[in-house]
Structure formats: structure tokens, C-alpha cells
Design a protein around this ligand. Structure first.
Ligand SMILES: Nc1ncnc2c1ncn2[C@@H]1O[C@H](COP(=O)(O)OP(=O)(O)O)[C@@H](O)[C@H]1O
Ligand SMILES: [Mg+2]
Length: 305
């Protein structure tokens, strides 16, 4: 039988913090004085760890998402920091994709899906009535699990976005953007001699890098990736992980992954979700080596999910 440990100890410097509602909190979480084996117990649902970020590009406060009447994620408070990779991890069905799709209003495309709470990008509410989702989805681009190039040439896959967003005037400018985007996605050398061939003819890993190039071509600031390597072999996965590390200098990246090794390799911050709740968030190394919540520990030690 499992013995559950005590939840909030009054010797915890953060005890008061966790007892207040997020909007009542004066200061961010203070570091614990020393590592302790006492975990927040499995029933504790308030997010543990520092969910704010001094360099926040995106700020989420009290975000709930429903499919019809059914809540899928509840009361999420999280900042997405600039030029960082944040990994969203947790068991299947815990709401990672649902939450990710909130960040560029991709949930708008799902019937019966309703988002409440506040999400802002650089201080501007993204669910405001005046917000045009087309430029929003260029600014906050998305890469999906299964590579999904358009049934067009490699060149056209990358050129399509800049053209429809009116980012270019001359053909030479377009060629420049295509080359730059393919270079940034680490694909240029492999495709420069066959730009007119169909994107769908590339290998899976190349197709995923083509999709990343397509996202980059419209000048995003944030890139959302939903399990971008789960359809790829280990070598293609390693290339994408290397690429994510390079792209972090230029972009802010949110990646959903079911691989804890991947989260540990590519991210600086990790957020652990469980049954629609954001359970714990913190520096990746800290979350993996000293999780503060029993549920996080259960997951990373393979006891759950
Ligand atoms: N389009 C949808 N319609 C209804 N329910 C959905 C839909 N997409 C996801 N859900 C439900 O929302 C919850 C969270 O799902 P999801 O965000 O896909 O989780 P994850 O990405 O962590 O596996 C699950 O209970 C799932 O069944
Ligand atoms: Mg998912």
C-alpha cells in the first residue's frame, strides 16, 4: 500500500503562495531552502512551481477549455518565455494538444470547443474581437505530429505562405525567403537541386523539416510543435531535436512530447499536465531530478502514463 505524504507543510516557504488564488499572489515562488522528499500529494491540483516568466511572450491566466460541456483543461496559468523551449508533457489525454491549440486559436476550428480565461501575446489579448486569426497563426505557427506538406513542389510549400500573407513583391525576394527558410530548417543542402519536385516525395524527416521551413517562411515569433517527431525514426528525430535547439535563438518554442528523454534534451522549462490540470512547471532539470508533486514523480519514474 502506498503511503501518501503530507501536502503543504507550514515550513515550506511557498505555503502561503499556494493557498492564495493566482491573482492574489504578490510574489513569485521562492526557492525551497533545501531539497526535500516531501511531495505535494496526488490530490493537490494547484500548479506547483514558477509559472510566470520575466520574459513572457505569451501569458495564460485561468484558461479553461471545454468540448461541449466537458472540461478538457482547467484553470491553466502559464507564461511562455522568450527564446526558450518549453516542453508540455503528461499522459495521453491530459490536455496537452488542447492547451497548445489555444495559443494560436487553432481550437476555433473545432466545433463545440470553447476557450475561457485570458491569453495574451506581448500584452495583447489573442481572443479579442478585433484579432484576425490569419496573421495570428503566422505569428504563432504550428507544426503537427504527422508531416503534412501540401501536394505541391518543395519550393511552393515554402513560398505559399509568404505569397498569401503578401510578404513579398518580387520573385527574387520570394526565392530569397524560400532559401533562407530552408536553410534555417536545415534542409537546403538536401533539396536545393530539386526544388521543383513534390514535397511529398521527401523522406518523413525531410518532410517535417519542410513543414518547419514553411512555418518559418511567414516570420513567426512562436512555434508550436505537437509531437513533431512521433512519426519519425531515431536519426530523423535527432536532426529535428538539433534543429529545435538552434531555432530557440530566433524563436520561442512550445513542444508537446510523449518522450521524457526528448523533453529533457530540448527544453529549458517543462510543464507536467495530468487530467486537464497543469500540475507542475519549472526548469527542466529540476522537474526531472527533483519533482515537487507526487504525480510528476509518478510519471517521470514510469509509474503512470
Ligand atoms: N475534438 C475533440 N472533441 C471532443 N473531445 C476532445 C477533442 N479533442 C480532445 N478531446 C478530449 O479532450 C481531452 C484532452 O485531449 P488532448 O488535448 O488531445 O490530450 P493530449 O494531447 O494530452 O493527449 C481528452 O479527454 C480528449 O478525449
Ligand atoms: Mg495530443
Amino acid at each position: 500500500m502506498t503511503t501518501y505524504t503530507a501536502s503543504i507543510s507550514m515550513s515550506d516557504p511557498n505555503a502561503e503562495h499556494y493557498l492564495l488564488a493566482p491573482h492574489e499572489r504578490a510574489s513569485p515562488v521562492k526557492p525551497r531552502e533545501k531539497a526535500t522528499n516531501v511531495k505535494f500529494d496526488r490530490d493537490h491540483r494547484e500548479t506547483i512551481g514558477e509559472y510566470t516568466s520575466a520574459s513572457a511572450r505569451i501569458r495564460c491566466r485561468n484558461v479553461d477549455v471545454f468540448y461541449g460541456e466537458k472540461p478538457a483543461v482547467q484553470d491553466i496559468n502559464l507564461d511562455i518565455g522568450n527564446n526558450q523551449v518549453i516542453a508540455l508533457i503528461g499522459p495521453s489525454g491530459c490536455g496537452k494538444s488542447t492547451f497548445l491549440r489555444c495559443l494560436n486559436r487553432m481550437n476555433d476550428t473545432i466545433q463545440d470547443c470553447r476557450v475561457t480565461g485570458d491569453i495574451s501575446m506581448d500584452g495583447k489579448p489573442i481572443y479579442g474581437q478585433d484579432v484576425d486569426v490569419v496573421p495570428l497563426r503566422a505569428q504563432v505557427g504550428m507544426v503537427f505530429q504527422k508531416p503534412n506538406p501540401f501536394p505541391k513542389s518543395i519550393f511552393e510549400n515554402v513560398a505559399y505562405g509568404p505569397r498569401i500573407h503578401g510578404l513579398v513583391n518580387a520573385k527574387s525576394e520570394l526565392e530569397e525567403i524560400v532559401e533562407k527558410s530552408l536553410r534555417r530548417a536545415g534542409l537546403w543542402d538536401e533539396v536545393k537541386d530539386r526544388l521543383a519536385q513534390p514535397g511529398t516525395g521527401l523522406s518523413g524527416g525531410q518532410q517535417q523539416r519542410l513543414c518547419i521551413a514553411r512555418t518559418i517562411a511567414v516570420n513567426p515569433e512562436v512555434i508550436l510543435m505537437d509531437e513533431p517527431c512521433s512519426a519519425l525514426d531515431p536519426i530523423a528525430t535527432a536532426k529535428i531535436e538539433q534543429l529545435i535547439d538552434e531555432l530557440r535563438e530566433l524563436y520561442t518554442i512550445v513542444i508537446v512530447t510523449h518522450s521524457m528523454q526528448q523533453a529533457a534534451r530540448v527544453s529549458q522549462r517543462t510543464a507536467y499536465f495530468h487530467l486537464g490540470h497543469l500540475i507542475e512547471v519549472g526548469e527542466t532539470a529540476q522537474v526531472f531530478t527533483h519533482p515537487q508533486h507526487q504525480l510528476t514523480e509518478d510519471y517521470i519514474t514510469g509509474r503512470f502514463g
